[in-house]
Design a protein around this ligand. Structure first.
Ligand code: TNX
Length: 533
């Protein structure tokens, strides 16, 4: 019945498409709504400060009004409305005004975002903005629409993150996966262990000086960013990577060293890659860190504990007396069993704190409880690992390197950035996850999709922007819009005006239409936008 309704709704619709991500269903109607420069809005309670400024780019000023005078009104849906619930909304534009029907703050925000984009694209003359009348019924394809930012290799900082969250919310993305710790730097203040940031926060991938400035988020900044994201419908998922990618923490607290590896001919990379996976004091140290993380991210639902690439740096484990004891005591035969034991131990702690455990796809082999664990599938060359995770019953976030890693280049002509049997052009991001060949049962376990920006080769903010945009807009539509409504040609048409929005908000991007010059890292020096310590 619902499906039939959608088909009728969509097919009777001539072209009024201006919104990204493309709505589930749109239908044009006769007439226009004419707006003067000031638009009276009956804002939902407490919504004015957030929503009003968003209309500025449309050349309009939103001012608060009572329901009787307002041109834009918010309503709650009739009982049983399956669209205008959760993150969904209905938007109706008639010659008399605009109605946004939604149940939740996210639904109201998304209805407003769509209205804003329509107003931006509307015809303007003599101080009048004319919006073609229409109806939209919209809700997301995937519950998880994410972006991951690596803050360790190069640090973005509060202003850059807030700007990113603004843009994510405009495109209805709702998960910010915050990769806060890794080998080059520890970026989150932990009160109990101040050296984590004082020492572990110094330097980055391209600045190895021992006295490099420390860059990190204070707990106040973290709380502020989490609240800022929440207002914009975004949940922040913290990642504290363990037992690998641990150099920065071990530099600060060497008693937790589990050893690492030295790349050939180098002494700087990464000699303290792992935590000692079996030492009682180290496990307690990690417990205490997780206690503070849990209190800073009360709504995250999941704490991501990394779990990736451990075997790259576990060669010293057999020499550690604590590992030897553990293997004897627990009758563990190989290092992979030690990794499993460690994962289960730390996942138990995360679960006790009331969170699910998140981890990279290596954890699919670590025997964690399927109802308490989320797996991020990232190794595109290992479809068997996705299969393993699904078969084991884990909910999965899809973020395979191809096409979801934005440290890969996006155009053939680009010289810097990764390639791996190809690269990640806009269109591949847009098409995703088509071609993955998931059964209906599999699809039920897929929470959604996510792009990841690793920042080894993204020294400057201009470079991070260049890698991110406009690919993240393509990912947003892939995450939101039903497969049947996706259309790359239509997307490209709509994308053009979004580039102007990015520009107006000081966000850099690659212009695929003009083939703008590559913003590379060649000769770039790391930036220290926040006051260095
Ligand atoms: C692999 S993705 C990593 C990261 C690197 C990335 C570079 C993952 C779980 N681990 O540590 O930054 O490749 O593309």
């Amino acid at each position: 019945m619902f499906r039939l309704f959608c088909v009728l709704f969509v097919s009777s619709f001539p072209l009024v498409a201006q919104v990204i991500p493309r709505p589930m269903a749109e239908k044009s109607a006769a007439g226009n709504l004419r707006l003067g420069p000031e638009v009276k809005v009956a804002f939902p309670e407490g919504g004015e400060a957030l929503l009003a400024p968003m209309l500025r780019h449309a050349g309009l000023k939103a001012s608060a009004a009572g329901a009787a005078d307002a041109v834009v009104k918010f309503q709650t849906p009739a009982a049983g409305d399956k669209i205008a619930s959760g993150e969904g909304y209905r938007l109706k534009i008639t010659p008399d005004g605009v109605t946004i029907v939604a149940t939740t703050p996210a639904g109201r925000l998304y209805g407003w975002q769509s209205f804003v984009q329509i107003a931006e694209a509307a015809e303007k003359s003599d101080g009048t903005t004319s919006l073609a009348c229409r109806e939209i019924a919209d809700k997301p394809r995937f519950a998880w629409r994410g972006y991951m930012l690596d803050e360790s290799r190069h640090f973005t900082g509060e202003a850059g993150v807030k700007r990113l969250l603004d843009a994510m919310s405009r495109y209805k993305l709702n998960r910010f996966h915050w990769h806060l710790t890794d080998s080059p730097g520890w970026r989150i203040e932990i009160k109990r262990y101040p050296e984590l940031t004082r020492t572990g926060g110094r330097g980055n991938e391209s600045d190895l000086r021992p006295d490099a400035p420390a860059q990190f988020y204070t707990q106040d900044q973290v709380r502020d960013i989490v609240a800022y994201a929440k207002e914009r419908g975004i949940i922040v998922i913290p990642e504290i990577d363990m037992p690998g990618h641990a150099d920065a923490a071990v530099k600060a607290y060497p008693e937790h060293d589990g050893g690492g590896f030295l790349q050939k001919g180098r002494t700087d990379k990464w000699p303290r890659f792992t935590f000692n996976p079996a030492k009682k004091e180290t496990l307690e140290f990690l417990d205490h860190i997780l206690d503070e993380v849990a209190s800073l991210f009360p709504d995250a639902g999941v704490i991501h504990f990394g779990g990736d690439e451990v075997h790259f740096g576990w060669h010293k484990w057999p020499e550690l007396p604590e590992v030897q004891d553990l293997m004897k005591r627990e009758n563990l035969k190989q290092l992979a069993d030690v990794e499993t034991w460690f994962n289960r131990r730390m996942a138990g702690k995360i679960n006790q704190l009331g969170f699910k455990t998140g981890g990279w796809d290596e954890i699919a082999a670590r025997e964690l409880p399927a109802d308490q664990t989320l797996v991020w599938w990232w190794r595109h060359d290992k479809p068997q690992v996705l299969r393993q995770a699904l078969d084991a019953g884990y909910p999965v976030v899809l973020c395979p390197r191809r096409p979801c890693y934005f440290d890969f280049v996006q155009h053939e002509s680009h010289q810097t950035g990764r390639r791996w049997g190809g690269f990640n052009p806009l269109q591949d991001v847009y098409q995703f996850p088509k071609g993955l060949d998931l059964s209906d049962a599999d699809a039920n376990q897929v929470l959604g999709i996510q792009a990841c920006l690793w920042t080894e080769a993204a020294v400057t903010q201009a470079r991070r922007d260049f890698l991110t945009w406009p690919r993240l807009i393509a990912l947003a539509e892939a995450a939101w819009t039903p497969e049947k409504r996706k259309d790359f040609a239509s997307f490209e048409t709509r994308l053009k005006s979004q580039l102007a929005w990015l520009e107006g908000h000081g966000i850099g991007f690659y212009d695929p239409f003009a083939g703008s010059p590559e913003v590379s890292d060649k000769g770039a020096k790391p930036e220290y936008p926040d006051k260095p310590e």
